[in-house]
Design a protein around this ligand. Structure first.
Ligand SMILES: COc1cc(C(=O)NC2CCN(C)CC2)ccc1Nc1cc2c(cn1)c(C)nn2-c1cc(Cl)cc(CCC(N)=O)c1
Length: 301
């Protein structure tokens, strides 16, 4: 078989059982493997002094050899550490050793909406309002900080032990430098990618409204709006704005989905408008959700 000439063997060393943050004088005990995403592996990290448990994203420096990858990692850290909101994953700190970069983040013990979706398939309207309210609040804060997330998806919407939404993974996020700026590039493949990003026209905050529409559709219908068996066909449907909302979906939320999935970015509701939409304000909004919702539909008396 023909090997790629330039395949460089990336020697990735073991992650130590105790990781040390020399700058902040903290030591963490590496716990169980939680999962992986991109170049990162995630482990439970326990602060050996306070016993507090975090989610540690660990990235081998062997994967950050190209300047461009270093810059993306730096940008993710710079954006995430600047944020402070109860529905955004807490940023505890970051540090490095000769082989790895470590990002210490708030642990979300109930994983993410992706696992809940896989288990439940569709969820009730009150649960949807509950989640949409917290996702919308997090994104409203983000946009007020001039940050676009650009990769809102079920797997980035983590759940705390108390079933609160914690928005995470700022790997594709960007800061808007001046009012009216239209971003031209996006390096990476967002899950719920907006038509204007595919069309390589400028894009801005409205891409997050589009992704929110895809999330809303997926939670209530049980599958993504533009899903096909190939990425190419999915992109074609997105560009043609081809999707179908089953008739069992009630009118108010059908209308909100149609507004959020508008092909013209300027026609999509802002996060403030989502939070004030009649679907959100005219129906029952639970103040909290039991963890039983992860596995079965709740009965709201
Ligand atoms: C206790 O908290 C967690 C547990 C688990 C879990 O049970 N994972 C199992 C581990 C064993 N294998 C076999 C199945 C998944 C997964 C995630 C947890 N919490 C948890 C995970 C977290 C975060 C907060 N909190 C943050 C922030 N970033 N990440 C993060 C980061 C990466 Cl690189 C990858 C993943 C995995 C993606 C996924 N949806 O599983 C997550």
């Amino acid at each position: 078989t023909k090997y790629k000439e330039n395949t460089r063997l990336k020697v990735v060393k073991e992650i130590p059982d105790v990781v040390i943050d020399c700058v902040n004088k903290r030591r963490y005990m590496k716990g169980r493997f939680l999962g992986k995403g991109g170049f990162a592996k995630c482990y439970e990290l326990t602060d050996m002094e306070t016993k507090e448990v975090f989610a540690g994203k660990v990235v081998p420096k062997a994967m950050l050899l190209k300047q461009h990858q270093k810059e993306k990692m730096t940008q993710e850290i710079a954006i995430h550490r600047s944020l402070n909101h109860k529905n955004i994953v807490g940023f505890q700190g970051y540090f490095e050793d000769p082989n790895y970069v470590y990002i210490v983040l708030e642990l979300c013990r109930r994983r993410s909406l992706m696992e809940m979706h896989k288990r439940r398939k569709v969820i009730t309207e009150p649960e949807t309002r509950y989640f949409m309210q917290q996702i919308g609040t997090a994104c409203k804060y983000l946009h007020e900080q001039k940050v676009i997330h650009r990769d809102l998806k079920l797997g980035n919407l983590f759940l705390s032990n108390e079933m609160e939404i914690k928005l995470g993974d700022f790997g594709l996020a960007t800061r808007v430098d001046y009012i009216g700026e239209r971003k031209r590039t996006l390096c990476g493949t967002p899950n719920y990618i907006a038509p204007e990003v595919l069309g390589k026209k400028g894009h801005s905050f409205e891409v997050d409204s589009w992704s929110l529409g895809c999330i809303l559709y997926t939670m209530l219908v049980g599958r993504p709006p533009f899903e096909t068996s190939s990425l190419k066909d999915t992109y074609t449907k997105i560009k043609k704005n081809e999707y179908h909302i089953p008739s069992r979906v009630s009118l108010p939320v059908r209308q909100l989905i149609q507004k959020l999935l508008h092909s013209d970015p300027s026609q999509r509701p802002t996060m403030d408008q989502v939070l004030n939409d009649e679907f959100m304000t005219l129906g029952y909004l639970p103040s909290r959700l039991p963890t039983s919702c992860l596995t079965m539909a709740p009965r709201f008396e």
